[in-house]
Design a protein around this ligand. Sequence first.
Ligand code: ATP
Ligand code: MG
Ligand code: MG
Length: 556
Amino acid sequence: AALPTSNFVRQIIDADLASGKHQAVQTRFPPEPNGYLHIGHAKSICLNFGLAGDYNGLCNLRMDDTNPEKEEDEYAAAIEADVSWLGFQWNGKVRHTSDYFDQLHGYAIELIKAGKAFVCDLNAEEMREHRGDFQKPGRNSPFRDRSVEENLDLFERMKNGEFADGSKTLRLKIDMGSPNLNLRDPVFYRIKRATHIKTGDKWCIYPMYDYSHCISDALEGITHSLCTLEFEDHRPLYDWVLDNITIAAHPQQIEFSRLELLYSITSKRKLNQLVTENLVSGWDDPRLTTISGMRRRGYSPAGIRLFAQRIGVSKGENIIDFSILEGAVRETLETESPRVIAVLNPIKVTLTNFEAGVTGSRSAPFHPHHEEMGERDIPISPTLWIERDDFAEEPPKGWQRLTLGGEVRLRYSYVIKCDEVIKDANGEIVELKCSIDPKTLGQNPEGRKVKGVIHWISAEHAIEAEVRLYERLFTEPRPDAIRGDDGQYLDFKQFINTESLKTITAYVEACVKDAAPETRYQFERLGYFVTDRHDHQAGGKPVFNRTVTLKDSWAK
Ligand code: ATP
Ligand code: MG
Ligand code: MG
């Protein structure tokens, strides 16, 4: 598929460089450390770091840490790890909005002195009532006309902790009649006694996003400040703040649409619920499309980057099916993963004429197109495991796999014929007695065609592995957008797929035993699997996660 080479953001950048407005591109990725990053953030990371990379510019990583009660060091550390893992390097050290608390405070004083800000005593309820709505203009706060001296004094005392949380705010004096609600004297400082991950208890007043974000961008020399569409209505405020303080730079805010991935959750708040209510094993549960979950699932950074490239950047709706993500991941894994054989749902095959001339083992390449990956031995013995699905007592039309009296080729080995089916008391097939055609190693049988090829593993040589088979976490494509009879959104958690994790014991080639955690393989004909980042240990019983099935499980 053709990749979008340009998008509207690039067009803006191209024009800005051509006109000389900017000499270089400086972007930033500004997550709030209040949860783990997800696939939506990956889109933003690939966009911001990608643009910086393509234009020879720089991209900052900035922790947007202005809500101390929700933010944690664990999240900040995970964010750094995830951005690095995705393959991006930020410019210099990690930055924090809190690095600028002193400057932000200084600009607040400048705004007060200019008569553009005031301390307000309305509580949240009164404030909402004064604010009006889309139909109704707001009303001025009764505290709007406080003198500069009084405002300076009150703001100083807010900062010094003289007032209770929520009892006073600092507001911009813009326009209570504006059709844009964001411009109706927005609050830009609130009192909040909470220990901050960086500044501890130094501050009890914290700046709001709309105020701190534009100033942080300007202080860092950001040229293009990319954010999601819900901030479009905030852009006039972004610009107002920068236009009303003494600051040279004025970055351009550009909005693009948020990624919504079907069958997945792209909201930290909702992800947090899944984690805290133990509905998943943690933020990195392989069923989650958090970056750490996708990593543990076996997705490669290249696969996620390819996905981000494919979904593009625009202002249009960006609702993407899960299969697009899986397709991109599969495509990158195809070339980079060595192939081994595993049997997930085994049935025993006994080779009745094994003695008759079968010796030694065969060697097979780890990848048909990558010699450099090397080869390994595929030993054979009288007892094999094959997939239960590869045998049918009553085969459908066109069946090319094994059936009673039929022949099939064992991949890398002989053609076998099934002579007898053994069942237990319940009628369940427990064993197939088969015979080898000894003249078919590496050559076609004489006088007949055997089309089917199945994978198998020598029971004597195989090792057991724990394999976790994952399905989509939700039974509904948009679990958080379903309304009940009363028109209210239903709890998305009721649409969790209870079958989304199945743990089985499989047989795999012994060569995987020494694999390090996070080693990716293709299990031939089955899909891509990765050794678990936490539970797999080289030398122990392997633990695999199924990353994604092959597009066509039955392709040869
Ligand atoms: P959440 O609702 O999951 O908390 P957020 O937007 O509040 O998302 P931030 O930590 O503020 O999370 O996001 C950092 C950056 O990632 C922002 O620039 C934001 O616009 C971007 N981002 C977050 N979610 C998505 C998404 N689904 N698609 C594209 N970009 C996103
Ligand atoms: Mg945010
Ligand atoms: Mg959020």
